[in-house]
Design a protein around this ligand. Structure first.
Ligand code: GLN
Length: 290
């Protein structure tokens, strides 16, 4: 007979929230809900409907372990191994960048541009995603454009494996061709669009990143040389001959990089450069066409 008091989901979330707050985590309550939810195998709605349910001893131990990891600044997406992107569920691992909301908007811009530039094409597009990571951009485009074929490159073989599993889980593995390669060699033109969320952080910014990012996400997915534009230069130098005449390149960029990217694009032979702001009003996307 044990005298240990009953420990409910409500108490686990409350204690978890306090624990994470004390460690300076701003999203303490949300994170505690997600992690306690994972420990008891409930989503957030289920959690709210079952707040008075007691945890078993093993659930309690599991919750403690997940909260400990978050308290050490590990991102929730890595702890859960999942992240939502455009309302769809994706596997993420520490070999991949965690998809960001800004990148969801990149997909919207790409879809709008395809629609505008190629009316009546019945979306029979060939698209190229460079540095696909988890595959979120390539897979989202394939899902929104059921007649499109997407080639996606990724230099990390481990990340490419994650992208392939995500493509299969979403039923588009026959239309998303994930290739392990660095650079653009061997990609067969023509493409209607080239999209990428490349690494664009400057080397000197790296040490000052949030610990969640700096200590957990793969550095090669984040930084790109002294000005953060090494990968942008690589992409833009090779992009023009890969595109159909009305095709475009759409890149996610850092908020101070618009001018520099437009300059690199002009030198690479793009005559049209438009810098687009994200939902926070910051320069975030470069839309480039010939
Ligand atoms: N394309 C992936 C994403 O946007 C990975 C990008 C990267 O690793 N830089 O999430």
């Amino acid at each position: 007979m044990t005298h240990q008091s009953v420990f409910t989901i409500r108490e686990a979330v409350a204690r978890g929230t306090d624990f994470l707050k004390a460690r300076g985590i701003e999203t303490a309550r949300l994170d505690a809900e997600l992690l306690v939810g994972a420990a008891v195998n409930l989503d957030r709605l289920g959690l709210y409907l079952d707040m008075d349910r007691p945890l078993t001893d093993s659930e309690r131990a599991a919750a403690r372990e997940l909260l400990r990891r978050r308290g050490a600044r590990e991102p929730v997406a890595y702890i859960l191994g999942r992240r939502e992107f455009r309302s769809r569920d994706f596997e993420v691992t520490r070999d991949t960048l965690i998809p960001r909301p800004e990148t969801e908007e990149l997909v919207d811009i790409a879809l709008a541009q395809l629609d505008r530039r190629f009316p009546g094409s019945a979306s029979r597009f060939r698209l190229l995603d460079i540095g696909t990571g988890t595959g979120v951009i390539a897979i989202s485009l394939a899902l929104e454009l059921p007649a499109a074929v997407v080639v996606a490159t990724e230099r990390s073989a481990a990340a490419a494996g994650v992208a392939r599993r995500n493509a299969a889980a979403h039923g588009v593995n026959h239309r998303v061709d994930i290739r392990v390669q660095d650079g653009l060699a061997g990609l067969e033109p023509p493409f209607h669009a080239i999209v990428s969320n490349p690494p664009y952080i400057r080397d000197d910014e790296y040490a000052g990143l949030m610990p969640e990012v700096r200590d957990f996400e793969p550095r090669e997915a984040l930084t790109a040389g002294a000005d953060g534009l090494d990968v942008v230069r690589m992409i833009l130098a090779g992009a023009p001959p890969l595109l159909v005449p009305d095709g475009f390149t759409l890149l996610e960029i850092g908020c101070g990089q618009g001018k520099a990217v437009a300059q690199i694009a002009a030198e690479a032979g793009f005559h049209e450069a438009q810098i687009v702001q994200d939902f926070a009003g910051l320069d975030r996307y470069a839309l480039l066409a010939r």
